[in-house]
Write a protein that binds this ligand. Structure first.
Ligand SMILES: C[S@@+](CC[C@H](N)C(=O)[O-])C[C@H]1O[C@@H](n2cnc3c(N)ncnc32)[C@H](O)[C@@H]1O
Length: 289
């Protein structure tokens, strides 16, 4: 009997501890966390601490990865945003590479931010093009890729504007993560880019909540529904470039991909987030162009 009592009291003790951890857990922050880096960063792993500190102060980093010694390369944006080490490689890229082996392909990444995804893509693909509208993000991406010992063609392009001069955006695979919902004309943007994609798109974006107030706008002579989202402005490293963004409704987004010739559309993830729903799509053409 004593043994049973002991067993139950230890069980309820553990349970109580766990419950109190759940009830009194600190506010939830971003969850992309990896405690140690399995990926070498040749330009950083052997830097003396004071040199790495200097590198981390040199540029306005807003995210970080860990090096082989568990040291930060980059910096957290705030105590709640990009405050944990970012995954390297990002699991979405591992999955993309599993679905569409990138080794012989050209990937175009829109909104490269600080190059954490760019470096992972460049380690896998034959060639990577990467753009961002913020010149400081372009510079950080160049540095991040160089430190990882890999390279890409990294250039400034504001996707709200005309196509860049002197760079072809033709690619086999379009990597489009966290950017569509920062644009004022997402439909026009897709209509511009999709014909340039020979094979597949990975698109990860917020979309309009189904119960959102519906507004409409015109793009290419047709009317589209959207949900208006207020943007934070040029100084915020993650934000769109203009005062607002238009969030597409899920069915309209899928229709754009389908009209763009992507016959196979896999909605691999759908998640309700603080700001609204987010969707991850892997879309492929029936045959290469
Ligand atoms: C939310 S962050 C996502 C960054 C990265 N793709 C990721 O998933 O971690 C949005 C990125 O898109 C860039 N961006 C925003 N508006 C853009 C535009 N009009 N043209 C090109 N890049 C833009 C931002 O500078 C920022 O790097």
């Amino acid at each position: 009997m004593d043994v049973l009592k002991k067993f139950f009291s230890s069980f309820s003790g553990k349970f109580a501890n766990r419950a109190s951890r759940v009830l009194f857990a600190p506010p939830k922050t971003e969850t992309t966390a990896h405690a140690t880096s399995e990926v070498e960063i040749p330009g950083v792993d052997n830097l003396p601490d004071d040199e790495l500190e200097q590198l981390n102060k040199l540029l306005p980093w807003a995210a970080f990865v860990l090096d082989r010694n568990g040291r930060k390369f980059g910096a957290a944006y705030s105590s709640t945003k990009r405050n944990l080490p970012q995954a390297m490689p990002d699991p979405r890229i591992v999955e993309l590479d599993r679905r569409i082996p990138l080794r012989d392909l050209t990937v175009f990444e829109v909104g490269c931010f600080e190059g954490i995804h760019t470096a992972a893509l460049a380690m896998r693909a034959k060639h990577v093009l990467a753009c961002d509208s913020r010149i400081e993000n372009v510079v950080k991406t160049i540095v991040r890729c160089a430190m990882y010992g890999t390279s890409a063609h990294i250039f400034r392009w504001n996707a709200e504007e005309d196509l860049p001069i002197g760079v072809s955006l033709d690619c086999d695979v379009l990597h489009h993560v966290g950017v569509l919902y920062h644009l004022t004309d997402p439909v026009g943007h897709l209509k511009t880019l999709l014909p340039r994609v020979r094979r597949a798109v990975m698109l990860d974006t917020q979309i309009a909540p189904e119960d959102a107030k519906v507004l409409t706008y015109e793009s290419g002579g047709r009317t589209y529904r959207y949900h208006r989202y207020q943007e934070a402005g040029r100084k915020e490293p993650f934000a769109g470039m203009l005062d607002h963004a238009k969030w597409m409704f899920k069915s309209d987004l899928l229709a754009q991909l389908s009209e763009g010739g992507f016959g196979s559309i896999d909605v691999a993830k759908f998640q309700m987030q603080r700001n609204g729903p987010r969707i991850r799509i892997y879309a492929t053409r029936d045959s290469d162009r």
